[in-house]
Design a protein around this ligand. Structure first.
Ligand SMILES: Cc1ncc(C[n+]2csc(CCOP(=O)(O)OP(=O)(O)O)c2C)c(N)n1
Ligand SMILES: [Mg+2]
Length: 283
């Protein structure tokens, strides 16, 4: 349980992550806005409270691990890592440029704080299962977190890993499904109906529940519940909105990858300025 002030702090952290995510994408001129924004609150809870990781302990094998399986949301992970002090702010504005340390999809060999290279959908779930298994076999009691997309779970590879984690009773593996109900080509329901994620994960031997993925309070409580559950991995299904937190982006019929025209750019700058004011940053 956390108190009211801690929730306020996590909400503020989420606003900061949203601000720098929008800023780096907007300076680049194009990118994965929708899926970067839908995981902001989850990143805030992880890096603001639940994930034992920071630049000071980056080489400590006992720290926690995080795999962003939906690697196209790299920009919001980078905003978070910058705010945690892994690298300077200037790096954010080299996003996806030639020679950058911040490619649009995360690369563990380029970016401090990135635990796994991702972008080929489905593979991050396998990687996080491997990390959690390795830690367990080494007798460590640290946690491995993974965020996977709802569309990404169309990939068969993910379900092989999900089954292996259950078989190995990886109760220190916590998987978030960013259920924003959209993927690249449209609604997940129309492309390949994923059925009910909670019952599916339960059938695979997981603890699972669905929560509001825009509520840092619910996300935090769900992680505490996951950490107290024993003998099985956990899958937390996040009810989210693609473009979460920026109403005019949320309302777009397709916000998966945007290259804003002049009018949209102006709206984004307006949103940026208003969050900037709230968090006390001048853009
Ligand atoms: C193996 C693979 N196939 C296709 C793609 C291209 N791709 C990138 S994002 C995406 C849609 C993913 O949908 P979802 O997991 O729901 O992500 P979100 O809605 O959070 O953006 C696709 C098909 C990819 N990166 N990897
Ligand atoms: Mg999706």
């Amino acid at each position: 349980m956390v108190n009211h002030d801690e929730i306020k702090d996590l909400e503020l952290f989420a606003k900061k992550i949203r601000y720098y995510t929008l800023k780096e994408l907007t300076l680049m001129g194009f990118g994965h806005y929708g899926g970067s924004l839908s995981i902001v609150e989850t990143l805030a809870v992880l890096y603001g409270k639940q994930l034992n990781a920071s630049p000071e302990i980056k080489d400590d094998l006992n720290r926690d691990y995080f795999v962003l399986s939906k690697g196209h949301a790299g920009p919001s992970l980078y905003a978070t890592l910058f705010l945690k002090g892994y690298f300077p702010e200037e790096w954010l504005y080299t996003l996806n440029n030639n020679g950058t340390n911040l490619p649009s999809h995360p690369d563990r060999n380029l970016t401090p704080g990135v635990d796994m290279t991702t972008g080929s959908l489905g593979q991050g779930v396998s990687a996080s299962t491997g990390i959690a298994l390795g830690n367990k076999l080494s007798g460590r009691d640290n946690y491995t977190f993974c965020i996977v997309g709802d569309g990404e779970l169309n990939e068969g590879q993910a379900w092989e890993a999900i089954q292996m984690a259950s078989h190995n009773k990886l109760d220190h593996l916590i998987i978030f499904v960013d259920d924003n109900k959209m993927q690249l080509d449209g609604p997940t329901l129309d492309i390949s109906n994923p059925l009910d994620f909670v019952s599916k994960f339960e059938a695979f031997g997981y603890h699972s529940k669905r929560i509001d993925g825009a509520s840092v309070k619910e996300i935090n409580e769900a992680v505490e519940w996951a950490k107290s559950s024993e003998g099985k991995p956990t899958a937390i299904i996040l009810d989210t909105i693609k473009g979460q937190g920026i109403p005019f982006i949320e309302s777009m019929s397709d916000n998966h990858h945007l290259r804003p025209d002049e009018a949209t750019h102006a709206e984004i700058v307006e949103a940026l300025n208003s969050i900037g004011e709230e968090i006390g940053v001048i853009s």
